[in-house]
Design a protein around this ligand. Sequence first.
Ligand SMILES: Nc1nc2c(ncn2[C@@H]2O[C@H](COP(=O)(O)OP(=O)(O)OP(=O)(O)O)[C@@H](O)[C@H]2O)c(=O)[nH]1
Ligand SMILES: [Mg+2]
Length: 203
Amino acid sequence: MSTEVPMYCCALLGAPESGKTSFAKRHLTGEFVKSYSANKIYQTYLLEFHTSQGDIRYTLWNSNQIDDFDCLHIQCAIIMTDFSCTRTFQRVPVLQTAIHIRYGNIPVALCANKMDLARSNGIAYRLIPDQPKQFEYFEMSVKKNVNCEQPFLWLSRRLLGNDQLEFVAKPAVQPPDIPPAHWKAAFKGLALNQLPPIGDDEW
Ligand SMILES: Nc1nc2c(ncn2[C@@H]2O[C@H](COP(=O)(O)OP(=O)(O)OP(=O)(O)O)[C@@H](O)[C@H]2O)c(=O)[nH]1
Ligand SMILES: [Mg+2]
């Protein structure tokens, strides 16, 4: 059985200050960063999730500029907006179209972050009409840690082609399955005469 972990290249795009870096750091370290420091260049993160179908990894590329991803083989995307700010939704259709033209029918999760704040009026996003299955909308709060895993769960289901897939806790590391005879040989090899002899019935 192959033990290779599937790895996908994911673009994290969206309006400045919508919470992209906070979202990535929430997944990486579990913490919420209150301070704002605008990203000057793109950032990359390696994320790993444990699923009912084995592990899955993402290289997450964070930038406001889709041109930053020109040399990459982007396989899925997250577009981030600010739930409380209509302006941040206005570029969504443009980004969706750009993603579609460059990367084809890849799954795209639109995430309206900051749902802990009041909803903006007149949300202006729309679906690309002929790509509805490639697109899903999520509301989340990185600050309150609400729904932060949902976009990755949906992307993982789409990428691995399994709608029943769930995230699971990382299993505890099991001791290696070594036959008792090997342990006995190993202890003999140590030749530590001061160790008490090991009887057969103890194995
Ligand atoms: N209220 C609230 N604030 C949030 C949330 N997520 C992020 N923020 C705050 O929003 C501000 C901007 O967050 P960033 O993660 O730096 O935004 P960004 O999208 O990476 O911004 P750029 O690097 O400029 O593109 C920070 O002060 C965060 O603390 C949230 O869920 N709720
Ligand atoms: Mg940032």
